[in-house]
Design a protein around this ligand. Structure first.
Ligand SMILES: O=C(O)CCC(=O)C(=O)O
Ligand SMILES: [Fe+2]
Length: 341
């Protein structure tokens, strides 16, 4: 499979890579990030925990941890509908949230985390057993995301090279979510589930936050992004995100990174929040479920999405005043749409 995406090695000096990273963010809104500090063993262990959770937890137990309005918990088959014009998404997932990246604490009570609600976001037993590992992973993912945001500041020539990072402080409440996902092969035992499409597994959507970091596995392809025509208009063509290897021995494959709505607003549309979906090709001879592990990065709740101070961003202004909306308001709107029906 050919690779339509750039591979950027973030272990290289910022000045060497900032313009290619910005170009990828502007043109495709997607790229591969190599040179991260996740080993193959570490990511294999994480996928094993995810597989154990999804395949060894009885449905009624999963149901006890059902996702709540705070976006934390388990979402069962066909609960989500990312593209309302299509069938429901045939996948299952578990979201960790209310994360303090400084301490590595996650699923904190809503009262402690953002001062309202009183939920005790209990973690299912198989995942609870691996709390230390999960905690370490999310801290590292947050650091990786901050590195990417700092490189972007350099590319955008924002005077304060930590402009974005300062709005993503590790110990402040935000909508950041760490998510384990499983897209199973359709098997006999699923015949009772109605109203899904065996090929479209996550309907076309853009991500809500600032950026998204994703691990996938060899032989479990399925993520696709919408391509653009010559005048930048979206086409009906979808490009497959292939599996690629790291250039660094012993390291996990490059992370798939894409930019979300908030960074797009924040930059007057300089950065692209690209439509993507997960699709299994009809008739393919896949033998394994697709698993992915995703980190959705969101700015601190109170962040206002006014344009970043960059000449490039100012030059891109369309003349329209962007809505003054906070990160939390935006997230709330998108979650309501996803779980509405
Ligand atoms: O699992 C994947 O490959 C993509 C997931 C995704 O796009 C999402 O959950 O927003
Ligand atoms: Fe997505």
């Amino acid at each position: 499979m050919s690779n339509p995406l750039k591979i950027i090695d973030i272990s290289q000096p910022t000045k060497t890579i900032s313009s290619s990273l910005l170009e990828a963010a502007q043109q495709q809104g997607f790229l591969f990030v190599d040179g991260h500090n996740f080993t193959q063993d570490e990511v294999d262990a994480l996928f094993q925990v995810s597989q154990d959770f999804f395949t060894q937890t009885p449905d009624d137990v999963k149901g006890q941890y059902a996702i709540k309005s705070n976006n934390i918990g388990y979402t069962h088959f066909t609960n989500e509908q990312l593209d309302p014009s299509k069938a429901r998404d045939f996948k299952e997932a578990y979201n960790f949230g209310n994360i303090n990246f400084k301490t590595g604490t996650f699923n904190q009570s809503d009262l402690d985390f953002n001062g309202h609600g009183d939920n005790d976001n209990v973690v299912p037993p198989i995942l609870e057993q691996h709390r230390a590992m999960i905690s370490n992973t999310i801290q590292k993912l947050h650091q990786t995301a901050m590195r990417i945001l700092n490189i972007l500041c350099e590319g955008l020539e924002v005077e304060d090279r930590e402009f974005f990072a300062k709005k993503h402080r590790p110990d402040q409440p935000s909508g950041c979510v760490f998510r384990m996902l499983r897209y199973p092969l359709v098997r006999e035992d699923h015949s009772s589930i109605q109203d899904y499409d065996a090929t479209i597994r996550a309907g076309a959507h853009t991500d809500y936050g600032s950026l998204t970091l994703l691990f996938q596995r060899r032989g479990q392809q399925g993520l696709q992004l919408q391509t653009e025509g010559p005048g930048n208009e979206p086409t009906e063509e979808w490009a497959e995100v292939p599996f690629v290897e790291s250039q660094h021995d012993g390291k996990a494959p490059p992370l798939v990174v894409n930019f979300g709505d908030l960074l797009s607003y924040w930059t007057n549309g300089v950065l692209k929040s690209t439509y993507h979906r997960v699709k299994f090709t009809p008739g393919e001879t896949r033998t394994k479920d697709r698993y992915s592990i995703v980190f959705f990065v969101h700015p601190e709740h109170a962040t206002e999405l006014t344009p970043v101070p960059s000449r490039l961003v100012a030059d891109h202004a369309s003349g329209l005043t962007p809505p003054t909306i906070t990160a939390a308001e935006h997230l709330q709107k998108r979650l309501e749409a996803t779980y509405s029906s």
